[in-house]
Design a binder for this molecule. Sequence first.
Ligand code: NAP
Length: 297
Amino acid sequence: MFLIRRQLATKTQSACSGANIAGVTLNLCHKRLSSSSFHTAAGKTMKRLDGKVAIVTASTEGIGFAIAKRLAEDGAAVVISSRKERNVENAVERLRKLNLNVTGLKCHVGESQDRKRLFEETIRAYGKLNILVSNAATNPAVGGVLECDESVWDKIFDINVKSSYLLAKEALPYLRQAKDSSIVFVSSIAGYDAFDLLGAYSVSKTALIGLTKAASKELASEGIRVNCLAPGIIKTKFSKALYESESANEAAMSKIPMGRLGTPEEMAGIVSFLVSDDASYITGESIIASGGMSGRL
Ligand code: NAP
């Protein structure tokens, strides 16, 4: 007989129940915790990402920062990166002040030397890699898809799509060596239903949903899972134009059934779930987190 005691993060206060299923006694305790954790049979408290090593790109602010913070809170060692050294230093300092196990370095995802160093430094610091979160994106110009200059199109596809594919490809040798490894691409609700003024950007985000499906099929038999997060409108610097002015905010709110913008922290929890063993049978999926905005491919 196994005694399994799990503490699961919920929004309510402590409530425990016991159940006997096919001779296995389960004691399920639901308790509010800042991150998901559980007790082993030996009574040791474990966090759900304990022992895992994660790279999160574009993680010095916004959604990437919140993902890095959450993965570290859930027990992972996390490598922070973005284009600017100073931003990396600030982000690492903020997270270390919270006693989180993070390190960081400059990595512009479009620079092959930077990506190479990102993997080398991760292995040097932590000896392995279990989790890749590809989060960087750019949108240098607004406008409809067929108004887009070729140079802008190339930039968007280089950063948003090609860098994500290259990061995944370059991470593979390490992910193959580690057990229970996974990749998460950060797409967008705009990838399902193109935003009027974000034509080329929207198409690039659709491509990431395709990349998720294609890569997940190739890697499923090796136990490497590939999933995708598609945020709605989240309050960050990147989306400022969609909520800063009164008229833009009104237009955004009219599209969101829940009547509010999302937060980076709400995106982070989903990624933490997707890379955890709680999602061990999920691959090739994209989770839309958009306050009810819908889209379909
Ligand atoms: P954000 O708050 O503006 O943060 C952007 C982060 O990316 C910063 O840390 C920035 O740091 C870094 N960065 C930018 N270009 C980079 C590059 N080429 N290489 C490496 N790092 C880079 O943006 P966000 O809103 O969190 O967006 C993150 C992801 O979510 C993007 O993929 C975006 O498309 C997606 N998304 C956002 C929303 C939204 O409403 N906010 C909605 C759907 C999807 P440095 O300046 O130091 O490089």
